[in-house]
Design a protein around this ligand. Structure first.
Ligand code: FES
Length: 124
């Protein structure tokens, strides 16, 4: 079982690096977000209402990323075919490490810490 994490301050996430459109809204800081493990499909993931996208590339391997697209600051839209997709301009990111795999973004999503708490995941 693997838990991904990063110590990056969430308040620093969300600055556009590609000069597209207006400056994105920084990810607001806030309390950790909890999600039932059962809502995160194996081989996929789910974009949460609050701040994060959570993935499970293989059974029991969870990762979370801030959902602010590094291209222009849109929130990523959905997870499909093992990719996190930003529908604004078509950037795609790996569900395993958030790395950019397609589209105009020049860097990947920012990892967020995930811990397990019983049947839930706690992110942030
Ligand atoms: S904001 Fe442009 S691809 Fe996400």
């Amino acid at each position: 079982m693997a838990i991904a994490g990063a110590g990056a301050a969430l308040a620093l996430v969300g600055c556009a690096d590609d000069g597209v459109g207006a400056a994105p809204t920084p990810t607001p800081a806030g309390p950790p977000v909890e999600v039932p493990k059962a809502k995160v499909p194996v081989g996929g993931g789910v974009v949460l209402e609050k701040r994060y996208v959570v993935t499970q590339p293989s059974t029991g391997e969870y990762h979370a990323f801030t959902k602010v697209c590094p291209h222009g600051g849109c929130a990523v839209s959905f997870v499909k075919n093992q990719q996190i997709v930003c529908a604004c301009h078509g950037s795609e990111f790996s569900i395993t490490d958030g790395a950019r795999t397609a589209g105009p973004a020049r860097k990947g999503l920012t990892a967020a810490p995930v811990t397990e708490s019983g049947d839930n995941l706690v992110i942030g």
